[in-house]
Design a protein around this ligand. Structure first.
Ligand code: GAP
Length: 458
């Protein structure tokens, strides 16, 4: 983990947020290479989950939504973390687990949205002889306090008069709020789904493990609308399998993924089935993505709170109903962490990020063999300029070729293109493969199709 965090900072993937002011806990910025990697992952997700399917459309909903949305969804009431503090040593614990927050991790959306009466009820006190006492010093606990997991914000110039709303803690709700508009603006018929990528914000009491759990993060979510008469188990399984396929698209290892069936008592109350897809991260196995069957809970609640009829007339059966929903959800930042930790490798004295070429920030780097030979530099610049029209490519003329290779290996550039003296005569260049380190001559006019073939393929 330390090596990944250090490489991410040193090479411009991920920086600690507001570092010049001493940092702001659990916030991060994506640097010049990080933003490329992130955009490539999001593009592949959109392509795989929206464009390649016939039953999906996209949405870009707001971060700020009416506060009524969060009342209807249950977040205002239930999206809370409970903490108790030891009166003696002042260590804090999550009462549902009676462990320190950093040991159990923060609750997910699903585990937070439990019935209110369940919040604060100890479910795992096995570690303690006496669950009413602090496991560290035996001191008494304070009463459990609830902390909202949502960031509040005020709309309007005068705080007292403004409307208080929240930065969204999940992207999903905009899809439910827009469901009627999406339906009436297209010719969508159930079953169909809506996908969305965007920022979400959670006032996490427990953060940590780099970009695994942060206050501000990005989600890629799908709400897939079905009929209550559809075979939801089959559709659910279909999504689980389809999601597994996305691992190959972005270069994650299937053997490191575990589908964790969430038991009844731990699921959100709206969910009839939830699978957490857990990945083997360097710090252990934890949730990467999830799939939940949210039933008709959200649309029914929005119908109740907004007064807008959410029913759908199914022309297959002539029946009217409130659609049910299967929700595959993905964290962008956790996907990046999983990808970085899968791709990171050390081979002898070189560090290589074996990113799949389709998500690598640069598809190739172009070098003149010698920086002080104008003929080589001019030809290399011409190749660089031509390739840049279709691909994001790097230029490097510093130091020697070996160092340039190592530098590109570390940031995952799949191909290095070197213009040498033979190139001036024979119109070809050396292309070196990051993973095999093998080199071959490729005609200059074939470079673009070569990169197209090897880098665009997912
Ligand atoms: N709409 C359902 C929902 O939000 P969730 O399991 O709470 O469910 C979905 O969150 C995904 O968002 C998680 O699987 C994870 O990848 C990501 N995620 C959740 N909280 C996060 C945080 N604090 N930091 C980074 N990613 C987070």
């Amino acid at each position: 983990m330390e090596k990944i965090v250090s490489l991410a900072k040193r090479r411009g993937f991920v920086f600690p947020g507001s570092e010049i002011y001493g940092g702001l806990g659990s916030t991060y910025d994506y640097g010049p290479l990080g933003v490329e990697l992130k955009n490539n992952i999001k593009r592949e997700w959109w392509n795989y989950f929206i464009h390649q399917r016939n039953d999906m459309v996209g949405l870009d909903g707001g971060i700020l939504l009416s506060p009524k949305v969060w009342e209807a969804s249950g977040h205002v009431k239930n999206f809370k973390d409970a903490l108790v503090e030891c009166k003696k040593c002042h260590h804090r614990f999550r009462p549902d687990k009676l462990r320190r927050p950093e040991e159990v991790g923060a609750p997910t959306n699903a585990s937070r949205l439990r019935r209110p009466e369940e919040v604060g009820a100890p479910t795992n006190a096995s570690r303690l002889k006496d669950p009413s006492k602090c496991p560290d010093c035996g001191g008494e606990f304070t009463e459990a306090k609830l902390f909202s997991g949502m960031f509040k914000t005020v709309i309007g110039p005068i705080e007292k008069e403004g409307v208080t709303t929240y930065l969204r803690p999940e992207t999903a709700q905009a899809i439910f709020a827009d469901y009627k508009n999406i339906l009436s603006s297209g010719s969508r018929k159930i079953p169909f789904g809506v996908g969305q990528i965007g920022k979400a914000f959670r006032n996490e009491v427990t953060t940590g493990n780099f970009i695994f759990r942060t206050l501000e993060f990005e989600q890629m979510e799908i709400e897939y609308f079905i009929s209550p008469d559809d075979d939801w188990q089959k559709i659910f399984k279909g999504w689980v399998d389809y999601i597994h396929g996305f691992m190959d698209v972005v270069g994650l290892e299937r053997k490191r993924l575990f589908d964790h069936e969430i038991p009844d008592a731990e699921r959100a109350f709206y969910s009839k089935r939830t699978i957490d897809m857990e990945y083997e991260f360097p710090f252990g196995q934890d949730e990467l993505w999830a799939v939940a069957y949210r039933t008709d809970y959200d649309l029914s609640k929005h119908q109740e709170y907004s007064g807008v009829n959410m029913e759908y007339l199914d022309d297959r059966t002539g029946k009217k109903y409130i659609p049910h929903v299967i929700e595959p959800t993905f964290g962008v930042d956790r996907t990046i962490l999983a990808i970085l930790s899968t791709a990171y490798s050390e081979e002898g004295d070189r560090t290589v990020l074996k990113l799949k070429p389709n998500i690598a920030p640069y598809k190739a780097a172009v070098f003149p063999l010698l920086a002080n030979k104008p003929d080589l530099v001019n030809l290399a610049k011409k190749i660089y300029g031509d390739l840049k029209k279709s691909f994001y490519v790097a230029w490097d003329d510093r130091g020697n070729i070996g160092k340039r290779y190592y530098s590109q290996d570390e940031i995952g550039t799949p191909y290095c293109i070197t213009v040498d003296f033979d190139s001036l005569e024979s119109d070809d260049v050396t292309v070196r493969d990051r993973d095999t380190m093998k080199q071959k001559r490729v005609a200059i006019k074939e470079l673009a199709p070569y990169l197209e073939e090897y880098c665009s393929r997912s």
